[in-house]
Design a protein around this ligand. Structure first.
Ligand code: DUC
Ligand code: ZN
Ligand code: ZN
Length: 473
């Protein structure tokens, strides 16, 4: 019997710390050898000229998430995980949203049912807490953390999601006790409402004004408030989807005070600007770019790159939250035509996250290969309780691997993507570097732009408590 099921031969292995020439031997879905030469495998894959990296982990995606009565998200768990795999990812962390009036436990069960048998790659659920009742805080959350849902998201805005300051503090306190990581959507509800109503009164209702309704000050204020609450409770938190310099300044300030504040940014904040939200000759075409926080400007891109280079950010996620554009249940919902405030928030991006980061970061000389791996996979695993199971290439890790062609030039186009949306915000965007083979727990799931894996092979993960999330004793 061959010693290995698969040997990946002749490639350059890249981890968050090292880059070296090695073969990788895989047995029973896990990495069993990393050596100068691996022989004796049932199947050999020639990786010469390719990088052998940990499969991407996208710790911020929304699949089949309840988005209101008249809106349907563009991706379910099948299309979402298919797109993720085609884009070089081997694991994603979507959300289980507590719909108001239902218990958190029921909500988690509902999302597990939606995902069951549908996924091409492994998934793990963060929880979104919208009603932190005594029952949720005292019983459901502790039980769900023990069951492997070791992170939750809270919102400081949106009618259906917002928590007030007292509620945020209560959730932070449970997170501290249970050693879970809280992800914070930091934009201030009242300020956005005020700005929105003022813009609407002035007749400014087109998608472009979405950006004007939530300027950086709105994000800065909420980031500061979340950090101050975290300081009161003495708990680490993660500020997600940071869009520009002002929120970054708050995060730097907090770290100088010795607080454990983590931060995430996304492709939209290094590539898109508020100008993209203008209706470029087509009514409502700016709706394609409506997401929150909104894309800012070129100076913000420079600021975010500074943060990616200097370590302000631990993770680079897609915040994949797709809607179809030409669809009354998507971006062109009839209500959305009356005001930007009703345009569903979010853009597709799970499939294009890694090529954009590689091309803009590594190929343009801004970040090292190792920093790429850290931002794309390793830190996601560490922060969200998947390490040392996923997120690196070493003996004992799941064989979650992407073979990457660093020289391949590609142009991002809707027609080559696998997501359920009918557009990509990056149509025509040229990149250097592209995933060639995505292997998840030793099985090839995507190859040369084609999905070859089996639907349902992806598992729903129980995650560990992350040592990075735990507050000081
Ligand atoms: N926040 C997210 O994290 N995703 C989509 C919409 C939003 O506001
Ligand atoms: Zn958010
Ligand atoms: Zn999101």
């Amino acid at each position: 019997m061959p010693e290995f099921d698969v040997a990946i031969r002749g490639g350059t292995v890249v981890t968050a710390s090292d880059t070296f020439r090695a073969d990788v031997g895989i047995r029973d879905g896990r990495i069993a050898a990393v050596a100068e030469t691996v022989e004796g495998a049932a199947r050999e894959i020639d990786a010469s000229g390719l990088l052998v990296m940990p499969g991407g982990i996208d710790s911020h995606v929304h699949f089949a998430q309840h988005a209101g009565p008249d809106i349907t998200p563009a991706d379910d768990f099948a299309s979402g995980t298919a797109a993720a795999a085609a884009g070089g990812n081997t694991c994603v962390l979507p959300f289980a949203l507590q719909v108001k009036g239902t218990s958190l436990r029921e909500s988690v069960e509902e999302y597990r049912r939606k995902a069951d048998g549908e996924c091409y790659i492994d998934v793990g659920f963060h929880l979104i807490i919208t009603q932190p009742t005594p029952e949720v805080l005292g019983q459901e959350l502790p039980a769900l953390v023990k069951a492997g849902h070791t992170s939750f998201k809270v919102f400081m805005t949106y009618d259906e999601l917002v928590l007030n300051d007292r509620e945020l503090l209560e959730v932070f306190e449970v997170a501290r006790r249970e050693r879970a990581l809280v992800m914070v959507h930091a934009e201030g509800y009242d300020a956005i409402r005020f700005m929105t109503e003022r813009l609407e009164r002035a007749g400014h209702t087109e998608p472009y004004y979405h950006a004007a309704s939530r300027p950086e000050a709105v994000e800065r204020e909420a980031t500061h408030r979340a950090i101050s609450h975290a300081e009161l409770v003495d708990v680490p938190i993660m500020i997600v989807h940071v869009s520009g310099r002002e929120a970054m300044e708050q995060i730097r300030w907090a770290r100088q005070r010795g607080l454990k504040i983590y931060a995430e940014t996304c492709p939209q904040y290094i590539t898109l600007t508020a100008e993209d939200l203008r209706d470029a000759g087509v009514e409502m075409s700016g709706a394609k770019y409506v997401c929150s926080p909104p894309p800012r400007d070129r100076e913000s891109h420079r600021a975010i790159w500074e943060g990616l280079e200097q370590g302000v950010f631990q993770t680079f996620s897609s915040d994949h939250s797709p809607f179809r554009y030409d669809d009354p249940r998507g971006k062109l919902t009839p209500k959305g035509r009356t005001s930007f405030r009703w345009v569903p928030n979010g853009i597709p991006g799970v499939e294009t996250r890694l090529p954009i980061l590689f091309s803009e970061g590594v190929a343009k000389g801004r970040i090292s290969l190792n920093r790429f791996v850290e931002l794309a996979a390793t830190n996601h695993a560490k922060l969200y309780g998947l390490y040392p199971r996923k997120g690196s290439i070493a003996v004992g890790f799941d064989a979650d691997i992407v073979l990457w062609d660093p020289n391949r030039k590609e142009t991002i186009r809707q027609e080559i993507l696998h997501h359920g949306s009918d557009y990509t915000p990056w149509e025509g965007f040229a990149v250097t570097g592209w995933p060639v083979v995505t292997m998840a727990r030793g099985e090839i799931v995507a190859e040369h732009g084609k999905l070859v894996g089996r639907k349902g092979r992806g598992e729903i993960l129980e995650r560990e408590i992350s040592p990075y999330a735990a507050a000081p004793a």
